[in-house]
Design a protein around this ligand. Structure first.
Ligand SMILES: *Cc1c(COP(=O)(O)O)cnc(C)c1O
Length: 495
């Protein structure tokens, strides 16, 4: 199976090359040349497997230059012990409503589903492509991605990772998680400034041929682990298939009948994986794209116009505070081909806006619906889901739950709904405590206890353990010193 660029201007490559490169040379994103079919027999056989085996079967259809043994070894390492009690359990709340919990990994959010596996796929891709240098992953983070990437790359052969975060731009809990990270190939650096300073610093380093040369002399090269890399998208297809199998096993749907999914969406990676699962043949009716107040996608699915020229809102669901959803480019290409996609992306870059033609819009509207939740609706939903089901959800999941229950109220579509849950409620305790009407407390460990006592639930160990781990990374640098900091980390790796 070869991979082609969404902008049509790069030669087809193997999956190992696509994963190693991240972005295609023409600036597009890699997509498989064709979507492999999920046969009814294979789907049936998956119902009796555990998550690592299900994921292996799905991945092997896309990553044809990896052997099944390699994929099974990687999926087992990624999804067994690191996810407690299991990787992607389905919680059935009622005959029409279930929740797919993607936050049982080491950082308690859904990015672990990809980032526990991608580094292993990348490490193998280096061997498969004859690469002798170390891949140095640079990440600028506003909080969640940094920790998930650190944990995923920790001690993975031939890779190293350096994460930059804004000193005052992440929560105390997020900072604590990062600065206590273990591993011999990791580095965490605070910069004085905002997230944008960290991000533009990283971009500048990626664009500098001088830095590339200096790193090459240290036997390293820069690579990225953000969600436009195919290696981060492909692991996410598996959990849609797995959720369907679990719902069949629970008697919630008859094998072959359709289900709908609602996905809390930011960069459009998660929901796109669901669409690819549908294209493979998984019985999915509608994919409901749920946004917060940054509802550029809600408008897009209602009108066919994408327009990022609007105010940016900081919300209770920060991982969805995004106005440019990069992975939407892949959907456009799957629907309309690279030529039109390239023109839309150029329009987005120059004017912040593009408009689909009627034919493409009609095709997209057949598969997707969009909706959004205000801050108030999000808090209300946390409270109402708790009171009706005794089930605690985080603000991102609450945004999706709002859209899902609104969709379920429409009698025209009675397929069971699966809500994709992307974070542990304990990852966002300030919002959760507020929604439940609990009094304000000022430290995270205290809030864990408060929410736990009220709900009879327990904070996941990875979130509480960091308070007893030693701090490994201290101090803070100016953004101007980032290049020098990258080079000295690379030099240290070589010793
Ligand atoms: C990243 C993230 C999202 C958004 O996922 P996309 O793939 O970017 O659409 C939603 N919820 C949480 C908790 C996240 O960390």
């Amino acid at each position: 199976m070869n991979y082609i660029s969404t902008r049509g201007g790069s030669a087809p490559v193997s999956s190992a090359v696509a994963i190693k490169q991240g972005l295609a040379p023409d600036g597009g994103l890699y997509l498989p040349e064709s979507i492999p079919a999920l046969s009814a027999e294979l789907l049936s056989s998956l119902t009796s497997m555990d998550y690592p085996h299900r994921a292996t079967e799905i991945l092997s259809l896309f990553l044809t230059d990896y052997t099944k043994e390699e994929l099974l070894a990687d999926c087992t390492a990624a999804y067994s012990e690191r996810f407690l009690p299991e990787a992607a359990p389905l919680k059935v709340l009622s005959s029409e409503l279930s929740v797919l919990e993607l936050w049982h990994g080491p950082t308690c959010a859904f990015k672990d589903m990809a980032l526990q596996l991608t580094p292993r796929l990348l490490s193998r891709a280096l061997v498969k492509t004859g690469e002798k240098r170390t891949a140095l992953i640079l990440v600028a983070t506003s909080g969640d991605t940094g920790k998930a990437a650190l944990d995923g790359f920790c001690d993975i052969p031939q890779t190293a990772i350096q994460v930059y975060y804004p000193e005052k731009g992440v929560s105390a809990a997020q900072k604590r998680q990062m600065i206590t990270q273990e591993g011999s190939n990791v580095d965490v650096v605070a910069i004085s400034g905002h997230f944008d300073d960290a991000q533009s610093g990283v971009k500048q380093i990626f664009g500098s041929s001088e830095t590339a040369k200096a790193l090459d002399a240290q036997n390293t090269f820069l690579s990225s682990a953000n969600s436009i890399n195919w290696g981060r998208l492909v692991p996410q297809i598996a959990y849609y298939v797995s959720a369907y199998c679990d719902l069949v096993n629970a008697g919630g749907v008859k094998m072959g009948n359709k289900v709908n999914f609602t996905v809390p969406t930011g960069n459009f990676g998660n929901i796109l994986a669901g669409f690819i699962a549908k294209k493979m043949g998984l019985p999915i009716g509608k994919l409901i794209c749920a946004s917060n107040a940054n509802n550029v996608l809600t408008d897009f699915f209602a009108t066919g116009v994408y327009d990022r020229n609007r105010p940016f809102h900081v919300t209770l669901s920060p991982s969805m505070d995004i106005l440019i959803s990069s992975n939407l480019e892949r959907l456009l290409c799957m629907m309309a081909g690279p030529e039109k996609t390239k023109a839309w992306m150029e329009s987005l870059a120059s004017s912040g806006r593009y408009e689909l033609d009627g034919e493409t819009f009609a095709m997209i509207a057949e598969h997707f619906a969009g909706d959004y939740a205000s801050e108030e609706a999000c808090l209300d939903r946390i409270a109402s889901v708790w009171s009706r089901f005794g089930y605690l959800i985080d603000p991102h999941t609450a945004v999706a739950m709002t859209a899902a229950e609104r969709y379920l109220a429409d009698p025209a579509d009675s397929a069971p709904m699966i809500v994709v849950s992307t974070a542990s409620p304990y990852k966002f305790t300030p919002a959760v405590a507020k929604a439940l009407g609990l009094p304000d407390v000022d430290s995270e460990p205290a809030r864990f206890e408060q929410v736990g006592a009220f709900t009879g639930t327990v904070a996941p160990a990875p979130l509480t353990e960091v308070y007893s781990k030693p701090v490994r990374f201290e101090g803070c640098i100016e953004p101007a010193a980032m290049t020098e900091t990258v080079l000295s980390f690379a030099a240290k790796l070589n010793k």
